[in-house]
Design a protein around this ligand. Structure first.
Ligand code: IMP
Length: 181
């Protein structure tokens, strides 16, 4: 049987499934407290945030609606382009409602900035961002990040929904791959 990743492909496990699970629980508690009595729409950003979104919404215990957008910006396997394309929009009406964007990672910030501006056209009551990972050293545009799971350096990471060349999304841990920077 094929395996998700050979152990020699992994240079370092940065966050294992247990550590991620604990942090997702903490983020869920913060979100529960912040949105009591609000009309919350959670928007997961495909594809990278599909695992995080699935885990996080199950730690949110107030009534919410869940929707997804898909944004694409890659030019190479590890570098994003300045241009962001929306390939799937939200279907849920967000006008006058509180929106929480669920991101896998804020790298340059261009994707999240684009999405915030795109959603603001529909005049939601608020737009906040919850990103599992954040690379402050790579950030190029200002993005308000209300909730961050973990900060990482300039390293390219994979697993827990994040891909390298389309693979490794099903890895339960977040890892640095050997030879991929
Ligand atoms: P941006 O540079 O902040 O616009 O990031 C765009 C997208 O690139 C993110 O939503 C991720 O899907 C992807 N990305 C950025 N850094 C990494 C990484 O280290 N591993 C996997 N995907 C990444």
């Amino acid at each position: 049987m094929d395996i998700v990743v050979r152990s020699d492909e992994i240079e370092q496990v940065l966050f294992d499934a247990e550590v991620i699970g604990r942090r997702v629980g903490e983020l869920g508690r913060l979100i529960n407290a912040a949105y009591v009595g609000k009309d919350l729409v959670v928007i997961g950003v495909l594809k990278g945030a599909f695992v995080f979104t699935a885990d996080l919404v199950r730690r949110i215990n107030i009534p919410i609606e869940v929707d997804f957008v898909e944004l694409v910006s890659y030019v190479t396997e590890t570098e994003t382009s300045d241009e962001v394309f929306l390939t799937k929009d939200v279907k849920t009406n967000i006008s006058g409602r509180d929106v929480l964007i669920i991101e896998d990672i804020v790298d340059t910030g261009l994707t999240t900035r684009f999405l915030i501006d795109h959603l603001n056209i529909r005049e939601p009551a608020s737009v906040e961002v919850c990103s599992l990972l954040y690379k402050p050293a790579r950030q190029r545009v200002n993005v308000p990040l209300t909730y961050v799971g973990f900060k990482v350096g300039k390293v390219f990471v994979a697993g827990y929904g994040l891909d390298y060349a389309g693979k490794y999304r099903n890895l339960p841990d977040i890892v640095k791959l050997r030879g991929v920077d």
